[in-house]
Design a binder for this molecule. Structure first.
Ligand SMILES: Cc1cc2nc3c(=O)[nH]c(=O)nc-3n(C[C@H](O)[C@H](O)[C@H](O)COP(=O)(O)O)c2cc1C
Length: 262
């Protein structure tokens, strides 16, 4: 029987979490969720199936919804979901549980894993001691989740109360509606040297280079912010918000790991 962990990640947090959680299941293969996988959706089946992805606006990324709705669901022994987040997951596990149940997919265990936020549009990514404290918290949560997975225990999705219900029930659907046009305000400054990193890291194959070697976004954005955060020259911006901010990538994940994902 096979063991597969599907992951989606803009800046490496969820890939790191997927790698750590897969250690609970020797032989588990890791598969990236990309537009290529969506074009040829797999059957979700096997002894263990895992899903690891970030929280976007208090819910699962829209690409996860399309993936779950497109894939066939077969026999699954044990399924788990881990959502990485920057400190405010709200009821993202509950929303995800609902989505998976629609497809008859019964998730045995849900986890939320704290990571530094990659949402450079909203705030400056943390560094130094603050980042170290968050990494320590996340590593603790990953170790605890590993133990739960190794014992194949159950951990249901949990609701965090009224505020969380509002965020995941009202804000999240609004975000979902706008996500495809998220890239409208993305542009590259004169610092861009046409290296093509943004093209290679985009999980939606949404970026091409024009005749002057500048990136052009195609309106199929997944809002992962990989192009902004991983540009080696910090040339990719959105509006004026990101100009003076640092960039973020998980410390144990390389840009290469996030390129042309298999
Ligand atoms: C579009 C977008 C929306 C986000 N919304 C939330 C959120 O609602 N709550 C939260 O805690 N973090 C939020 N984040 C932060 C990410 O969930 C977090 O940094 C995650 O670990 C990134 O994972 P990745 O590196 O695998 O892409 C958001 C990030 C992005 C890009």
């Amino acid at each position: 029987m096979t063991m597969t962990c599907y992951w989606f990640s803009g800046t490496g947090n969820s890939l790191h979490a997927a790698r750590r959680l897969a250690e609970a299941f020797p032989g588990m293969r890791l598969l990236a969720i990309t537009d290529r996988l969506l074009a040829n959706p797999p059957e979700l089946s096997g002894e263990v199936v895992g899903f690891v992805f970030p929280v976007y606006a208090y819910g699962p990324p829209p690409v996860i919804q399309r993936f779950i709705r497109a894939a066939a669901v077969g026999e699954i022994g044990y399924a788990f979901v881990a959502l990485t987040h920057g400190g405010g997951p709200a009821n993202a596990t509950v929303v995800t549980d609902r989505l998976f149940r629609e497809r008859g997919l019964d998730v045995s265990a849900f986890f939320t894993i704290r990571m530094p936020s990659n949402y450079v549009v909203g705030s400056n990514p943390v560094e130094g001691e603050k980042a170290a404290a968050i990494f320590a918290l996340g590593e603790g949560e990953l170790a605890a989740a590993q133990a739960v997975l190794a014992a194949r225990e159950k951990r249901p999705a949990t609701s965090a109360g009224v505020g969380a219900r509002f965020k995941s029930g009202v804000v999240f659907p609004l975000f979902q509606k706008g996500v495809k046009t998220y890239d409208r305000s993305f542009f590259a400054t004169d610092a861009c040297n046409g290296c093509g990193t943004c093209v290679a890291v985009c999980p939606a194959s949404n970026i091409t280079l024009d005749e002057t070697n500048r990136p052009v976004w195609g309106g199929r954005c997944e809002a992962c912010l990989g192009c902004i955060n991983l540009c080696p020259r910090q040339a990719v911006q959105t509006g004026s918000l990101t100009k003076s901010r640092r960039r973020y990538r998980h410390r144990d994940v390389s840009v290469k790991d996030l390129m042309n994902r298999a």
